[in-house]
Design a binder for this molecule. Structure first.
Ligand code: MG
Length: 381
């Protein structure tokens, strides 16, 4: 079978396999820079591969999720968070008959725009960028794939399909006035919610591993009570490590299966029969059942109070912000310290935006080393 036939076969299989409201690769509205279709891969498979081969993707391995990289080898990084999100989203997508390749591409790119030190980095950058166009990581993910990646002679960015780029516009209200999500897909919404499932569960897991979660508070959490009751009944002699791992697994499974069932019913009720119908729907396409949605809010509040505000996490956050603020300030005061490719971007994008793009692209350890190079008298520059 020649290459072209391989792609066409996959596209035909999509017709049979996918739900009527799924986005079919063959129907993609294409790319900003027109390109010939690949012989063997569908449009979304090709997007996924471009994302995996990008430098922004490789940098995710040294970017913080919650725990700074050097705090320990077992904590999630932005990369492992991305892989967990992708894996959860694909399971949900497959169960709903959605386009898994599109889901994979959106999930793998969804956090490319995160700066170093997780949300600390985002807070620091958005504060500095007030009055200079702002900074928000979802918008930055789009900026990376549309403009900043430099791998192709014909165009800037990755020249991804319209559907993947629209899918990256999480929290559409943030894109208002610029480029809000004009094209809806159940695939994109599955990724949005899989992201939440992934971080809620793995942050809890990491918090338990770091022994930062107060046991007596955890036992008040509805989810935890339910999991513990089940585990005690099934494995009365289970040890502490297995118990926590199992509870996290059960939690992910509970959220995933609830989302699948509730969404299936919801889509049926909406009567959507095509990707076109989906565009007209007001409100969410993908959702949890009301009781689970309530428990999930409770879990997020819990994490907020007991993990994200834990004094050790706050220390990591504050340190991260300081690195970014000082390095940004040093460049602003003397732009001549910026490497030549960044200075070229200053001419195009202005000083603040060029520095913001440069720093937000850095990994945690890169900013730390840059800090040393700029401020430590005996460090080589
Ligand atoms: Mg994420």
């Amino acid at each position: 079978m020649t290459g072209k036939l391989v792609r066409e076969k996959v596209e035909r299989e999509e017709e049979e396999r996918l739900a009527p409201y799924a986005i079919h690769s063959r129907d993609s509205r294409g790319r900003a820079w027109p390109e010939k279709e690949h012989e063997a891969r569908t449009a979304f498979q090709r997007d996924r591969d471009r994302i995996i081969h990008s430098t922004a993707f490789r940098r995710l391995q040294y970017k913080t999720q919650v725990f700074v990289n050097h705090e320990g080898d077992h904590y999630r990084t932005r990369l492992t968070h991305t892989l967990e999100t992708c894996q959860i989203a694909r399971t949900i997508g497959r169960a709903l008959g959605l386009n898994e390749d599109l889901i994979e591409a959106i999930s793998l790119a969804h956090d490319l725009g995160h700066g170093p030190f997780g949300h600390a980095g985002e807070w620091a950058l958005s504060e500095i960028m007030k009055g200079h166009g702002g900074f928000e990581h979802n918008i930055q993910s789009l900026r990376i794939v549309e403009a900043l990646e430099e791998s192709y002679p014909e165009f800037s960015g990755l020249n991804l399909t319209y559907e993947v780029r629209e899918g990256l516009k999480k929290h559409p209200e943030k894109f208002r006035g610029t480029s809000e999500r004009r094209f809806r897909s159940a695939e994109a919404e599955v990724v949005d919610l899989s992201d939440e499932i992934a971080y809620s569960c793995h942050d809890l897991d990491d918090g338990l591993r770091a022994q930062m979660i107060p046991e007596e508070e955890l036992e008040k959490l509805t989810f935890w009570k339910e999991m513990q009751a089940y585990i005690r009944n099934k494995y009365p002699r289970i040890n502490e490590t297995h118990k926590n791992r199992l509870a996290i697994r059960l939690l992910i499974n509970r959220l995933v299966m609830d989302l699948v069932k509730a969404t299936r019913q919801h889509l049926k009720k909406l009567g959507v029969k095509s990707a076109k119908d989906i565009q007209k729907v007001k409100g969410p396409l993908v959702l949890f059942s009301p009781p689970l949605a309530k428990r999930k809010v409770e879990l997020r509040r819990f994490l907020h109070t007991h993990l994200y505000q834990h004094y050790r996490v706050v220390r990591m956050t504050e340190k991260g912000k300081r690195f970014i603020q000082r390095v940004f300030q040093a460049y602003l005061e003397k732009p001549g310290q910026l490497p030549s490719p960044v200075r070229k971007r200053v001419e195009k994008d202005g000083l603040y935006r060029a520095i913001c793009d440069y720093i937000s692209g850095m990994t945690d350890r890169y900013v730390q080393n840059e800090y040393k190079r700029l401020f430590e008298p005996y460090e080589r520059v």
